[in-house]
Design a protein around this ligand. Structure first.
Ligand code: FES
Ligand SMILES: [Fe+2]
Length: 451
C-alpha cells in the first residue's frame, strides 16, 4: 500500500528509490496524480487547421480527440462513446463532419453532442439518449497558447499561465522566430517507443554528462567527416550537431541549466559553433535575418535571435527545442514502456531551406533512424533492466547537490555548474509534490533554502 509517507520516502536529498521507475502501482498513481492533474500538451492547432479536422492522442491512459470546431476553436473530447463505451475514432488524424461510433452507429457532432442514434423509436421517450443530453464528454480544461493545445483532466488547479511559469518564454522563443509570428507542424508526427520509464527522457534532455559517453560513436564518425567536401546545408548541420556532443568538459560545465517550479527547466545553448544555428555568412541565414528584420524591426529581430536556449522541459510531458523547431511529447504506457511523438515545426515566413534543416536536425537527433536517438533509447532500456537488479535500491541524483543557486527574481534556479543534476532533482521535487499532494520537499538541494 503506497501511503503518502512511503511515497515521500522515495525521493530523498540526492537520491531516488528505484520504485519510482519500476513499480506498477506507482505508475498507476502517476497516471492519476500527475497526468490526471497537470496541464498536458496534446499537440499544435496547425495539425487541425480546418473545421472537422481531428487528431487522436492520450492524456495519461485516457483516449482523447482534439477537434477543430466550426467556430474556429479547438475542443478536446474524451474518445469514448456514450452508449457502451467504444472509442469512436481510431485514426491518428483525419477530417470528419461528424463522429460515428463503429459499434452501433451513435453519431456525434464536432462538439461531441449526440445528433443521432439508429432506430430512435427503440427508446422510451423519457430514456431517449438525446433527451438525456448524452454525448462525447469534453475534458475539464483546454487552453491554447500560441497554437499549442494544452488540456487538463482536473477541473481545478493553476491556470496554464501559472503552470508554465517562466517556461512560457520558451514557447515564445520558438514562435517569435517565425517572421510571420506563427509556426506550423509540418511533415506529420513521427513516433517511437522504448521499454523504459517515461521520466528517463525528460531527465536525459537536460543531462549534459551523457553525450560524450552515450554518443561516442556518432561523435567519432562526425569527426572523420571531411570539412572541405561540398555538402548541402542540411548535411552540414547534422555533422556539426553530432560533433558538438563531443565538446570539451569546460564547455559543458559552463552552460546554463535552469529550473523552475513544477519540474520544468531548460538548458542554455551549449553550442560554441555559430555555424550550427546562426551562421552570419550563410546565405539562407542572411535571407532569414533580412525577413526577421523586415517583420520585427532590427532591434527586436536581433533580440529574438540572440536567445540561445536549447532543450526546454515542461513536466510531465513535453521536451522541445526552439532553435530547430523540434518538439517531443512523452506518452507513458506502463512503468517500463513509453511512446514519444516527435514534431518538427515550420517557421512561417522563413526561407524553406530553414525547414529542410529542421527536418535534417530531426533526422539526426530525434528520428527513428537517427544515430543519436538510438543511443539514448538503448540506454533507457538498460536503465529499466538495471533498475530491476537487487543490491542497490537507489538512484543517485547528487551531482551538484547543495550547490544549486536560488534565483528568486525570475522564478528560476540555476545549477552551480552546467553538469549539475539539478534538473533531475527538480523534476522529482515536482513529482513528489504531485504524488503526495504536499508542498516542496528537501530533494531540490538548493544552496539557499526556499522561503
Ligand atoms: S458503443 Fe458506441 S454506439 Fe454502441
Ligand atoms: Fe542523448
Amino acid at each position: 500500500m503506497w501511503t503518502t509517507e512511503r511515497i515521500a520516502d522515495l525521493v530523498q536529498p540526492g537520491r531516488v528509490h528505484r520504485d519510482a521507475y519500476t513499480d506498477p502501482a506507482i505508475f498507476d498513481l502517476e497516471m492519476e496524480r500527475i497526468f490526471g492533474r497537470a496541464w498536458l500538451l496534446l499537440g499544435h492547432d496547425s495539425q487541425i487547421p480546418r473545421a472537422g479536422d481531428f487528431a487522436t492522442t492520450q492524456m495519461g491512459r485516457q483516449p482523447v480527440l482534439m477537434v477543430r470546431q466550426r467556430g474556429g476553436g479547438v475542443s478536446v473530447l474524451f474518445n469514448r462513446c456514450a452508449h457502451r463505451g467504444s472509442t469512436v475514432c481510431s485514426a491518428a488524424k483525419g477530417t470528419v463532419t461528424q463522429f460515428v461510433c463503429p459499434y452501433h452507429g451513435w453519431t456525434y457532432g464536432l462538439d461531441g453532442a449526440l445528433v443521432a442514434v439508429p432506430s430512435p423509436a427503440g427508446y422510451p421517450e423519457e430514456r431517449h439518449p438525446q433527451q438525456a443530453g448524452l454525448g462525447l464528454a469534453e475534458v475539464p480544461r483546454t487552453e491554447v497558447y500560441r497554437g499549442f493545445v494544452f488540456a487538463s483532466l482536473a477541473a481545478d488547479g493553476p491556470s496554464l499561465g501559472d503552470f508554465l511559469g517562466p517556461l512560457i518564454s520558451s514557447f515564445d522563443d520558438l514562435v517569435d522566430r517565425a517572421p510571420e509570428g506563427e509556426v506550423e507542424v509540418a511533415g506529420g508526427v513521427s513516433r517511437h517507443a522504448y521499454d523504459g520509464n517515461w521520466k528517463f527522457v525528460l531527465e536525459n534532455h537536460l543531462d549534459t554528462i551523457h553525450p560524450r559517453y552515450v554518443h561516442a560513436s556518432s561523435i567519432a564518425a562526425a569527426n572523420e567527416q571531411d570539412d572541405g567536401r561540398p555538402t548541402d546545408g542540411a548535411g552540414e548541420v547534422a555533422v556539426r550537431q553530432m560533433r558538438q556532443n563531443g565538446a570539451p568538459n569546460e564547455l559543458w560545465e559552463g552552460i546554463g541549466l535552469w529550473v523552475a517550479g513544477g519540474g520544468h527547466g531548460y538548458m542554455a545553448d551549449y553550442h560554441d559553433d555559430e555555424k550550427l544555428v546562426a551562421a552570419s555568412d550563410d546565405p539562407v541565414h542572411v535571407e532569414y535575418q533580412r525577413r526577421m528584420e523586415a517583420a520585427y524591426g532590427t532591434a527586436r529581430a536581433r533580440e529574438i535571435l540572440s536567445v540561445t536556449r536549447w532543450n526546454s522541459i515542461v513536466f510531465p510531458n513535453v521536451s522541445f527545442m526552439s532553435q530547430f523547431g523540434q518538439l517531443r511529447i512523452v506518452r507513458p504506457i506502463a512503468a517500463g514502456r513509453t511512446v514519444l511523438d516527435t514534431y518538427v515545426f515550420r517557421l512561417k515566413g522563413a526561407p524553406e531551406e530553414m525547414f529542410r534543416r529542421a527536418v535534417a536536425f530531426a533526422n539526426v537527433v530525434n528520428g527513428t533512424g537517427s544515430p543519436v536517438l538510438t543511443d539514448d533509447l538503448e540506454v533507457y532500456e538498460r536503465l529499466q533492466t538495471g533498475l530491476g537488479a537487487d543490491g542497490n535500491a537507489w538512484v543517485d541524483t547528487g551531482r551538484g547537490f547543495g550547490r544549486d543557486v536560488r534565483d528568486g527574481d525570475n522564478g528560476l534556479d540555476r545549477g552551480g555548474t552546467g553538469t549539475s543534476e539539478i534538473a533531475v532533482r527538480n523534476q522529482f521535487r515536482a513529482w513528489a509534490e504531485y504524488m503526495t499532494g504536499t508542498g516542496a520537499t528537501e530533494a531540490g538541494g538548493m544552496a539557499v533554502a526556499a522561503e
